[in-house]
Design a protein around this ligand. Sequence first.
Ligand code: NAD
Length: 315
Amino acid sequence: MRYRPLGRTGLEVSMLGYGASPLGGVFGHVDERDGVRAVRTALDLGVNIIDVSPYYGATVAETVLGRALRGVDRSGYVLATKVGRYGEAAFDFSAARVTASVEGSLARLGTDHLDLVQCHDIEFGDLDQIVTETLPALDALRAAGKVRFLGVTGYPLAALTRVAAATPVDTVLSYCRYTLLDRALADCAPGFAALGAAVMNASPLAMGLLSRRGAPDWHPAPASVRRAAVAAADLCDRRGVDIAQVALSFAAAPPEFATTFVGSASAGNMARNVRWALSEPDPELLRDVERLLAPVLGHAWPSGRPENDPPTERT
Ligand code: NAD
């Protein structure tokens, strides 16, 4: 495994992070034992940063992750969870709710402190509230020793930029914004770094679009993007390569990302993901895949309140 600094936190994190949303059944039913094995495999292979949220499977992912981490040396991994999102359309960034949320996460994860707490999908909230109420409430938990670092997550980079510019945050996480289908997060990375925030890249497989199984029904990508991803997967198949390999090795490469979170509840897939993240994509195949996907490159979808997601961000 290779490790990179997590911004200015002083932490060194694995360039591939474990994304725990599949443990909540987000991509389909998961046998808990398989999920536990996937987490343990990731840790055994050097992954040392884990991302979860109470939203994933309505707390199920945190509960399963807590079981997987039982007995593991707490100093050996960086544990990140979130506050503020609790359902498809259930957001509450109030001080009271996020404070209670952290307590719930601590209990489910079986720990007395969280290394990183992130405001989850801030574009669905009032960004002024995030700055003046949510982050200060989390800061109080930091002062109490329950939380070490604070961050924000979301899809529109404009919303993340606005909050990171208004108040110091330790990390910024966006998803599906640096993949074979989109490069926007790399363009914003220097700006976030200048603001003191580590950049974390999530969903290198574009939430399943860039895998043989394809995207789940709830996936927000437009039909044109879905079709192009299927064509790219077919092209890789014909060359005898899994598109997930091309996608992961591509997305995890840029050194300006502290880590790239991939989600899986399969130990076999996590072992492959670690290998692929550390490898270079075949240049010829990558060129052909990029050529095929060029017509839909950067075709982002709307997310959150219109005022937090300017259409100018979308091509
Ligand atoms: P992803 O791009 O990592 O894709 C996950 C999908 O790919 C799952 O269906 C999984 O089974 C499949 N997969 C994983 N490895 C595979 C392999 N080797 N071969 C074939 N298929 C494979 O998407 P994700 O899980 O949404 O993102 C990763 C993590 O990032 C999440 O678990 C979460 O922790 C984080 N994330 C955060 C936010 C947010 O904060 N708003 C949003 C998205 C993701």
